[in-house]
Write a protein that binds this ligand. Structure first.
Ligand SMILES: [Zn+2]
Length: 367
């Protein structure tokens, strides 16, 4: 059985300004081009970074999206699968609409298509009141529910905890926790306005930026404005560099002089610079190369038992029940299995019970 999954490639064509800078006299005390200019080369094949969305509910299944509806009362027939699809598409469309940097004190900063998008590769639902209500839950969530952790960014949507919208545990992480996604969705329903979800889409892009080795451009890791904070990019000025030019402090939320960079805290969070793209693509080409669609950590997996929990498997080739001691395996009621591969071979003996879900994700582009 081979199932073909189609997907929409979002892309945009952005004019790249060739800017002459003959009149600018480099001032070595201000301009410190650590990377000696913009070395990111746009125009390569778009890279698709696999992501899973996990909805963490309370023990009784409330407090979040579920598999059939949005969990509100009265509930809307808009379930977690649909929201996961919607919010990842939203984040992708923001990437496609990469904005020009508002702060360009050293000359024109080119605007490139970021060259990467997310590939939603699985949606999961878990019941756990204590982790639902815990700010520092991310490591425990990964231990309990993380899937394919060398191949996918696992995104957990829990409840509203703390002041931040979410976090990663460290630069280069493979996991994200989001706190306000469900609250933002409720606001969108109550106000009949999808704009309330934009914060969630921006936050996914921001936290994924950390997963792809980006630092805040003007904030410490704990989120405090810091005049001389170094993000290892030359096209994202520090606060002090702006102050030295007699400009207002750009570490602010929403004004014409505030940063609009993805990696600051601001209302836009929609600009990624060439130097930032250098860092992102270096990570995608190396440590996270197996997180990209069509790339695999494992060449072959032979599944002998689907167990009892929802789970994902990713390999270039997946064989179900090939050389297993017991030639039977059952996907139970309430259990969801995702298989992502270039080919999947099913041998006799497996069964999907009523209420069980088997998703086979094969992208023909990879073959
Ligand atoms: Zn951050």
């Amino acid at each position: 059985m081979k199932k073909t999954i189609f997907f929409t490639v979002l892309f945009s064509i952005i004019n790249i300004h060739s800017n002459s800078q003959e009149c600018i006299i480099p001032d070595a005390t201000v301009v410190n081009l650590k990377s000696a200019g913009y070395t990111y080369t746009p125009g390569g094949a778009t890279k698709y970074l696999r992501v899973f969305i996990h909805f963490v509910q309370k023990d009784d299944g409330t407090g979040n999206f579920n598999e059939v509806d949005d969990g509100l009362s009265p509930a809307n027939a808009y379930n977690g699968y649909e929201f996961a699809d919607y919010i990842i598409n939203y984040a992708n469309s923001l990437l496609a609409g990469n904005q020009a940097m508002r702060l360009q004190p050293f000359g024109n900063v080119p605007v490139y298509d970021p060259g990467y998008r997310y590939k939603l590769s699985g949606v999961f639902f878990w019941k756990n009141s204590s982790l639902y209500n815990y700010y520092y839950a991310l490591s425990a969530l990964m231990n309990n529910y993380g899937q394919c952790t060398n191949s996918v960014i696992n995104i957990f949507m829990t409840s509203e905890q703390g002041l931040t919208g979410g976090y990663v545990r460290h630069i280069g992480d493979n996991a994200i926790i989001l706190f306000k996604a469900y609250k933002n969705y409720i606001e969108s329903v109550n106000n009949n306005n999808n704009w309330y979800n934009s914060g969630t889409a921006k936050l996914i892009n921001h936290e994924a930026g950390h997963c792809l080795n980006l630092y805040h451009t003007m904030l410490t890791n704990s989120g405090k404005c810091s005049n001389s904070h170094d993000d290892f990019c030359d096209d994202t000025p520090t606060i002090q560099q702006m102050l030295d030019l007699s400009e207002p402090d750009p570490c602010c939320w929403n004004d014409t002089y505030c940063s609009n960079n993805l990696m600051d805290y601001n209302a836009d969070q929609s600009s990624i610079t060439p130097d930032q793209l250098n860092i992102i693509h270096d990570e995608l080409d190396n440590d996270k190369i197996n997180f990209l669609e069509c790339n695999y950590e494992n060449s072959n997996i032979d599944i002998c038992d689907f167990g009892t929990e929802s789970e994902a498997y990713i390999a270039e080739s997946i064989t179900v029940l090939n050389s297993c001691s017991s030639q039977s395996s059952v996907i139970l009621n309430g259990q969801t299995i995702y298989l992502t591969a270039n080919e999947v071979i099913f041998n006799p003996g497996f069964e999907v019970q009523t209420g069980g879900k088997l998703n086979v994700l094969i992208n023909p582009v990879c073959n």
